[in-house]
Design a binder for this molecule. Structure first.
Ligand SMILES: [Zn+2]
Length: 123
């Protein structure tokens, strides 16, 4: 997949050539240029869809980072705690997937462990 701006520039150049062929009434050359423009438009659509998906993903990640900042989380002794000292939150889930997972103490057991990835503070 190419970048969007070069793809747009290529389409504009093809359009210019097609317009010149139309003005000269060269229907064979014009048909070839129209087919090329169709291919280039399909490529641009693919690029635009990939950019849209990347944008959605980046917005989700940014939202999670903002949530992290709003909670005032800090790393203490291998786990995250918020500004009200709530925690521990799993550092593995946050660092790898930006997922905030409260680590819980299993009944009558120690230490706290992540219910999601099983990371434990027993280290
Ligand atoms: Zn975890």
């Amino acid at each position: 997949m190419t970048e969007l701006i070069p793809a747009i520039n290529l389409l504009l150049a093809t359009f210019k050539t097609a317009k010149e062929l139309f003005e000269k009434s060269d229907s064979t050359g014009l048909k070839s240029q129209l087919l090329a423009m169709n291919e280039q438009l399909l490529d641009m659509k693919e690029i635009a869809l990939a950019l849209r998906d990347e944008n959605i993903s980046l917005r989700e990640e940014l939202k999670k980072i903002k949530e992290f900042e709003d909670r005032g989380l800090t790393l203490k002794k291998d786990a995250y705690f918020d500004k009200n000292d709530n925690g521990p939150y799993c550092p593995t889930c946050w660092d790898n997937e930006k997922y905030l997972s409260m680590m819980r103490k299993p009944l009558s057991e120690f230490p706290p462990a992540c219910p999601r990835c099983k990371y434990s503070l027993d280290r």
